[in-house]
Design a protein around this ligand. Structure first.
Ligand SMILES: Nc1nc2c(ncn2[C@@H]2O[C@H](COP(=O)(O)OP(=O)(O)OP(=O)(O)O)[C@@H](O)[C@H]2O)c(=O)[nH]1
Length: 439
């Protein structure tokens, strides 16, 4: 996520770091570099212009020039400006009707159907009763895709006559009222390009439905095309916000940094993976932190709170404090982490975690890891130090694995233990943040 932009900005910051005092010339050069980084990241030129004007004004003010830590001051100015263009704060969904209605719109392939299901799963986790509605009648595969996703997350999908979206929407609402549903999510038809007929149909549906939210789903990977179609949709419909998907594949950041400024409407969620749980509420400060490579502890905590059994986590923490974290606990950790998504994503969010820490072998092959750990004796699991060469051979044989795999599991365990130690250490500035969390 944002690797290219991040790399360039960090290089710029480095160029003015450790300089003690700093000259106007240095600042101007740094500002110029920031400008180039943003343009290369495909940020809308108007946004870049304003961004740079603000940064330059602040950076040339006495704050930075007179400061003993000009690099940090400069980073702070850039960070604040990033937060500003991203929209300052999180704008939650406003769902006041009963049932509340969310209309999903967007171009084909933007991730609309997937996002509808992701949102539904999120609401379900919050204890809400949800209904998904397949109103994309032009692409039968889209209806089937929604039915399949609905099955996967155990949420009903209203299909209707598969022909007339206006009728489907009306019938779906009757169904929702009858079944006392809390939130109805409508997946509407997408097109390859913005076209008038599609807009008219969407306008008609919106007029009839009066949705609480009209969310446009845009694909971050399509750059300024996404921003242009967002502008067109926003002019035709009363959009209430955006969901920017596929940020996991977006090395630049152009869409997320432009869309708010260009349309005046907030980004409410971001899509960060293909998986059902790959949707996060959008927090400008957190994303700015990610862009600057400062990690994103708050998103991590959010994710953990949604997925982790805190009871178990607390027990593990106690064990760890007593230095009793053994291979069975390690397995439990991997299971918990698996629930939260890929290790790589999580690692990226934790500031200060050395990049060389690699637990992916343990996570990727959870079944195999389970088999290997199950082939150990109780004594071995409690005290992995006693696992010598001949024991390893026996474990490998018993689990149908080879010696390298057994070694990998033991190495992953050591790494996790080391990481937990670092994070729990009194000296670690993150120890407070991670208190009670399963790390
Ligand atoms: N990596 C990644 N993939 C995503 C994300 N959101 C959606 N996708 C993928 O993008 C592809 C298109 O998503 P769909 O939900 O089918 O798109 P759609 O907008 O409903 O498309 P139509 O039904 O054709 O209008 C699918 O393969 C999704 O799995 C995301 O946040 N990250």
């Amino acid at each position: 996520m944002f690797e290219n932009l991040q790399e360039k900005l960090i290089k710029t910051f480095k160029s003015i770091s450790g300089k003690g005092r700093i000259s106007e010339k240095n600042i101007k050069e740094a500002v110029r570099q920031v400008k180039l980084s943003l343009l290369e990241a495909d940020v809308n030129f108007k946004v870049v212009k304003e961004f740079i004007k603000d940064v330059q004004e602040k950076a040339l003010g006495e704050d930075v020039l007179g400061s003993f830590t000009p690099d940090q001051q400069f980073i702070k100015i850039v960070r604040d400006e990033l937060i500003k263009v991203l929209g300052e704060k999180n704008i939650p969904l406003s769902l006041s009707s009963k049932p509340a209605k969310i209309m999903m719109v967007g171009l084909q392939g933007s991730g609309k159907t997937t996002t509808a299901a992701k949102l539904a799963a999120r609401f379900k986790k919050e204890g809400k009763k949800v209904l998904l509605v397949a109103a994309d009648v032009y692409r039968p595969a889209a209806i089937d895709q929604l039915i399949q996703l609905g099955r996967q997350i155990d949420i009903p999908v209203f299909v209707g006559d598969r022909k007339n979206p206006i009728k489907i929407v009306a019938e779906a609402m009757d169904d929702a009222v009858k079944n006392v549903v809390d939130i109805v999510i409508f997946d509407t038809a997408g097109r390859l390009h913005v076209d008038e007929r599609m807009m008219d149909e969407l306008k008609e549906i919106a007029g009839q439905l009066e949705p609480d939210e009209i969310l446009m789903v845009v694909d971050a990977m399509t750059g300024q095309d996404a921003v242009n179609s967002a502008k067109a949709f926003n002019e035709a419909l009363e959009l209430t916000g955006f969901v920017v998907t596929k940020l996991d594949g977006d090395a630049r950041g152009g869409v997320i940094l432009s869309i708010r400024h260009v349309t005046g409407k907030p980004v409410k969620f971001i899509g960060i993976s293909e998986k059902i749980d790959g949707l996060e509420p959008f927090f400008p400060d957190r994303v700015a932190g990610r862009i600057l490579g400062m990690g994103d502890v708050l998103s991590l905590i959010d994710k953990i709170q949604q997925n982790v059994d805190m009871e178990k986590a607390k027990k593990l923490e106690e064990k760890f404090a007593k230095n009793k974290f053994d291979l069975e606990d390690f397995l439990e950790q991997l299971r918990q982490i698996k629930k939260m998504g890929s290790i790589g994503d999580l690692m990226e969010m934790i500031p200060g975690v050395p990049k060389e820490v690699d637990l992916s072998s343990g996570e990727k092959n959870l079944k195999r890891t389970e088999a290997i750990i199950s082939s150990m004796t109780k004594a071995e699991r409690r005290n992995p130090k006693i696992i010598n060469y001949s024991r390893k051979l026996r474990i490998a044989k018993g689990s149908g694995a080879n010696l390298t795999e057994v070694n990998k599991v033991l190495k992953s365990y050591d790494q996790m233990k080391a990481m937990m130690k670092a994070m729990n250490s009194k000296k670690s500035k993150f120890s407070k943040l991670f208190k009670g969390l399963p790390f």
